[in-house]
Write a protein that binds this ligand. Structure first.
Ligand code: SAH
Length: 223
């Protein structure tokens, strides 16, 4: 789906778009395509209707199961960090959650694979994104530490839950010029980290301090 097709699912109003766009710019997001996409995406469709009036605030919000929908700024930041690359065909996302970040990735990449460990969130987001008309996404219920080998290699991998260490299987599924963006737990809190694959190995760059829910092991099913 491109931005014009997305108009069919009800883009945000001009006023919302301008305000959120300005906020993202003030916070340091530079890529205009990313700013346009994030500020245009109808975020209220990804949260409980009781929270609709807060949908366009630059904050994370609860989505049930002790999880949160990411803050628009962090979605924009992580997207910008992988968007620099020239060939952006195949992306893997760990932590589908509400599907909000997934929707943005879907508009920038040819193919999106998204993994969620909580069955209800996986089911709900799959239904939501399919109904909204996103077609290039494959949804996996599973433990993101393992990645999804069948669709590898990935040009980019985004992890939206804080990992204790860099999951080695994800690194193995990265293309030769691919990159991973993930929140990593450190002694004094979490940092957003970017890893870039090069001929001489992974190059690591610490971006900034962040707060994410933890990346957990295994699958959680409430059935
Ligand atoms: N990008 C999402 C953020 C959701 S919060 C959004 O914008 O809505 C992080 C999500 O990661 C949660 O849904 C959580 O269940 C999931 N998660 C945590 N550990 C995981 C793992 N090992 N594999 C897959 N998903 C995981």
């Amino acid at each position: 789906m491109n931005i014009n097709e997305a108009k069919g699912i009800g883009l945000t109003s001009e006023a919302v778009r301008r305000k959120l766009g300005e906020e993202l710019r003030t916070l340091g997001i530079k890529n205009n395509e990313v700013i346009d996409l994030v500020s245009s995406m109808p975020r209220h469709l990804f949260i409980d209707s009781a929270l609709t009036n807060r949908a366009y605030e630059n904050v994370s919000l609860p989505i049930g199961f002790r999880q949160t929908i990411s803050q628009p700024y962090i979605v924009a930041k992580m997207t910008e960090l992988i968007h620099e690359m020239t060939s952006m065909k195949n992306v893997l996302e760990i932590g589908t959650g509400s599907g909000y970040q997934t929707s943005i990735l879907s508009m920038l990449f040819d193919k999106v694979t998204t993994i969620e460990r909580i069955k209800s969130l996986h089911d709900k987001s799959k239904e939501r994104l399919s109904k909204l008309g996103f077609k290039n996404i494959s949804y996996k219920l599973g433990d993101g530490h393992l990645g999804h080998k069948n669709n590898a290699p990935y040009d980019a991998i985004i992890v939206t839950a804080a990992a204790s260490s860099i999951p080695s299987l994800l690194v193995e599924q990265l293309s030769v010029t691919g990159r991973i963006v993930l929140p990593l737990k450190m002694n004094d809190g979490q940092r957003l980290v970017k890893l870039k694959n090069t001929k001489s190995g992974l190059v690591k760059k610490i971006i900034e301090e962040v707060v994410f829910v933890p990346m957990l092991d295994g699958i959680e099913s409430d059935e």
